[in-house]
Design a protein around this ligand. Structure first.
Ligand SMILES: [Zn+2]
Length: 52
C-alpha cells in the first residue's frame, strides 16, 4: 500500500526509508499517471503503476 508523506504530500512505497510520518493511501492520487511521476527511489523496483 502506498504512503503519502504528511510533510510534502509525496507518495512512497510502504517500505520506503525516506518517508517518516506518512499516511497509508489505498489509491494513488489522480495526478500520478505514470511511474515517472513518482520521484522517490523507493519506486525503482516497480516498472509500471499496475504493479503497485
Ligand atoms: Zn520513497
Amino acid at each position: 500500500m502506498p504512503i503519502m508523506s504528511s510533510e510534502d504530500f509525496s507518495v512512497h512505497a510502504d517500505d520506503c526509508d525516506e518517508v517518516g510520518d506518512g499516511m497509508p493511501i489505498s489509491d494513488l492520487p489522480d495526478e500520478i499517471t505514470s511511474i515517472e511521476d513518482l520521484e522517490c527511489q523507493c519506486w525503482d523496483e516497480y516498472e509500471t503503476l499496475a504493479e503497485i
